[in-house]
Design a protein around this ligand. Structure first.
Ligand code: DGL
Length: 272
């Protein structure tokens, strides 16, 4: 398994924040990224629909012979992870569990906030994961859907973004949380602004960074890390025309994306 790539998928471009962390932690690994740009957003859709999309994409990546799957999308992790684990035999890593674990580790008061899409918050997946680790924790959640288009537009430090953050986050500030989980792929881009609005007493937990650590641990445990001397290649697939993905993706990844290919999942299934 050592030489196979790590598969990563998201509803669109946001999962590149997770890819960036994985490539940073494990620069020797090849990755195959799938962004479902034709069907984004997932955050507003039902668990059934998101689970069906997640199954189709996982089949696509498994046909490309990946050694481990990272569900970078918080919404898909929140609703589809048990199904994917049941249906596929490769290790499947979501972003919820690593983020929850880190939040419990760093919180002193046990009052933990979680922000995410409407779908993620409605699922209560973070609340359940945190309470499994610390039953006495108090979890306060808030859906912040407008952060997604703001991050994609690059509006991460202007008056509109600041007012939006203040409006969404005030109730978490009032509740006196000491830790806030950024439970959405897009939120790391707004991290400086969210930190400023929350104030210095609140620790921000970035699920993307924690997930990269989990991936490294699992691959090391299974002894299928590529040698440090290798340099990984990164391949990108999207389900709509690549132009928008490339434009926004360069910003999310913090560097230029390599080649991006458009695929039709139905055609791909027939070919294999
Ligand atoms: N990737 C999604 C998430 O992390 C955000 C964008 C969407 O709604 O699809 O939940």
């Amino acid at each position: 398994m050592t030489w196979q790539a790590v598969g990563i998928f998201d509803s669109g471009v946001g999962g590149l924040t997770v890819l960036r962390e994985i490539a940073g932690a494990l620069p020797q690994e090849d990755t195959i990224y799938f962004g479902d740009t034709a069907r984004v957003p997932y955050g507003t859709k039902s668990p059934e629909t998101v689970t069906r999309y997640a199954r189709e994409i996982t089949s696509f990546l498994v046909r490309r012979d990946i050694k481990l799957l990272v569900v970078a999308c918080n919404t898909a992790s929140a609703v589809a992870l048990p199904t994917l684990k049941r249906l596929f035999s490769i290790p499947v890593v979501g972003v919820i569990e690593p983020g929850a674990r880190r939040a419990v580790e760093v919180s002193r008061s046990g009052r933990i906030g979680v922000i995410g899409t409407a779908g993620t918050i409605r699922s209560s997946a973070y609340t359940r994961a945190i309470k499994r680790l610390d039953p006495s924790a108090e979890v306060l959640t808030k859906a912040c859907p407008l952060f997604v288009p703001l991050a994609e537009e690059g509006w991460v430090d202007n008056q509109v973004a600041r007012l939006t953050a203040q409006t969404y986050l005030q109730e978490l500030i009032d509740a006196g949380i000491d830790t806030l989980v950024l439970g959405c792929t897009h939120y790391p881009l707004l991290k400086p602004l969210i930190a400023e609005v929350m104030g210095s007493g609140v620790i921000l937990v970035d699920s993307a960074a924690e997930t990269a650590r989990t991936v490294a641990e699992i691959l090391a445990q299974k002894q299928c890390l590529r040698p440090d001397s290798e340099t990984g290649n990164h391949h990108y697939y999207v389900s709509d025309i690549p132009a928008g993905f490339i434009r926004v993706g360069n910003r999310f990844l913090g560097e230029r994306l390599g080649d991006v290919y458009q695929v039709n999942l139905e055609d791909d299934e027939e070919e294999f």
